[in-house]
Write a protein that binds this ligand. Structure first.
Ligand code: NI
Length: 431
């Protein structure tokens, strides 16, 4: 289908990757951005979308989440990390079956689309269910089965096998890509981490792992390995594979040098880190060292939303507040983190991350005719500091309309809400 978006404010990036706006038409041919301001030859629109009072921006990219964890939203809050995870979340996860993971993930997709996210990097425990939910919703997804194991134990072997066969089953679906996700250094031993790294090299896959999230993790790594988590992972060769490292909260100067040198992408999850009182990643330093910093929400059990607009505002404000430097992380930085940097982290920079001729049309249309975007003094600032996601009106992924005037053409929203309520009744915590 060919789509023309008429007369919208389009968010573009200049050569220095600074965002700016241009008001013009946007032409989409067979899922691909075919013209900005100028129609390509022989273009006939099948659909024309009115861009009046609309801002068109590249779809946001959530670079670390566990979509199925929407099922555990608001179920264990205001608790210490260990009590939250081991006392509350893990016992509930043990009760879940694959079908539950599907409904939770689909709810996550709905929440992400409605707040402007078109692509997410998922770490999950239910093979096939994230892909199923992504397909159902029309979202683009980078899928990674969470891998936990030691040496060549049975469970770890099975999970690695599931990860690879899930990838095989989804071959040919251009909106899905795959990574391998060793969960963390405290849930995978060295032999298993080496094994997964080797598998990634053989398959040409990227890696996705939790790194340096809590103070305990750092202390234990120092005791156990005589190294920080980053030093340890570099030492065993894991960073020789392109890696998305989620969190990176507690880093030394040496750690930052390693991440920069190895080209590791740091996926920061500021709301989750603050909520669990883990601290906040040294984003200004990472940016100054040229590390690719992208943005994630983490799961809804520790956030409690999957809303990247909230994350963009927060990452900027928290670093201004903490460093005492109002220039520490600016609006332009956060927009880049949520788009271009995210695409780069996933190896999709030629496909998505910006509105450019030749890229796939993953585009969000925001309604700027709302109080929080008025007056129109600076729409870039409005995106970073005023938006809350409710401005998202229409969303395209791969040139397909997957949200129109905030309604899902392909999802029975009421059914999803019914199913997730039914599933969560078994946790015995509903009001
Ligand atoms: Ni996580």
């Amino acid at each position: 289908m060919n789509i023309q978006i008429q007369n919208a404010d389009i968010l573009l990036f200049d050569r220095g990757e600074k965002p700016f706006l241009r008001r013009c038409d946007l032409f989409i041919r067979e899922g691909c951005i075919a013209g900005i301001g100028e129609a390509p030859a022989d273009f006939t629109a099948d659909r024309v979308l009115d861009g009046t009072h609309r801002l068109a921006m590249p779809g946001l990219i959530n670079c670390h989440t566990h979509a199925y964890m929407t099922l555990m939203r608001n179920i264990a809050d205001d608790l210490a990390f260990d009590e939250w995870l081991f006392g509350n979340i893990s016992p509930i996860e043990d009760k879940l079956i694959a079908e539950d993971g599907y409904w939770g993930s689909l709810l996550g997709c709905m929440e992400m689309l409605r707040s402007g996210t078109t692509c997410f990097l998922d770490m999950h425990m239910f093979p096939g269910q994230s892909a199923r939910a992504a397909r159902e919703s029309g979202m683009r997804a980078a899928i990674s089965r969470g891998l936990v194991g030691s040496g060549d134990d049975e469970g770890g072997t099975r999970r690695l096998h599931e990860a690879l066969s899930e990838m095989e089953e989804a071959k040919g679906d251009s909106r899905l890509s795959f990574l391998l996700a060793p969960h963390a250094i405290y849930t995978c031993d060295e032999a298993y981490l080496r094994r997964v790294t080797q598998a990634a090299k053989e398959q040409g896959l990227r890696l996705h792992i939790h790194v340096s999230e809590s103070r305990n993790e750092i202390e234990n790594a120092k005791k156990q390995f005589g190294a920080s988590p980053v030093e340890y992972l570099a030492r065993i060769g894991l960073f020789d594979v392109p890696t998305v490292a989620a969190h990176c909260v507690h880093l030394s100067e040496e750690d930052i040098d390693i991440l920069a040198e190895k080209g590791v992408s740091a996926a920061t999850n500021p709301v989750s880190n603050c909520k669990l009182a883990n601290g906040f990643a040294p984003i200004p330093k990472l940016l100054a060292h040229g590390v690719n910093v992208c943005l994630g929400t983490d799961g809804a059990a520790s956030n409690n939303t999957l809303n990247l607009f909230r994350e963009m505002g927060f990452v900027s404000l928290v670093h201004k507040g903490v460093t005492g430097d109002p220039l520490a992380v600016g609006a332009a930085d956060t927009l880049k983190m949520a788009t271009l940097a995210g695409a780069r982290a996933l190896g999709l920079e030629k496909t998505i991350g910006s509105i450019e001729v030749g890229k796939r049309a993953d585009i969000v249309l925001l309604n700027t005719d709302c109080p929080q975007f008025s007056p129109r003094n600076n729409l870039i600032s409005a995106l970073a500091y005023s938006a809350n996601g409710s401005e998202v009106d229409t969303v395209l992924v791969d040139g397909e309309i997957v949200l129109e005037h905030r309604a899902f053409p392909g999802i029975d929203e009421e059914r999803v809400r019914y199913e997730v309520n039914r599933i969560t009744e078994k946790f015995g915590k509903q009001e």
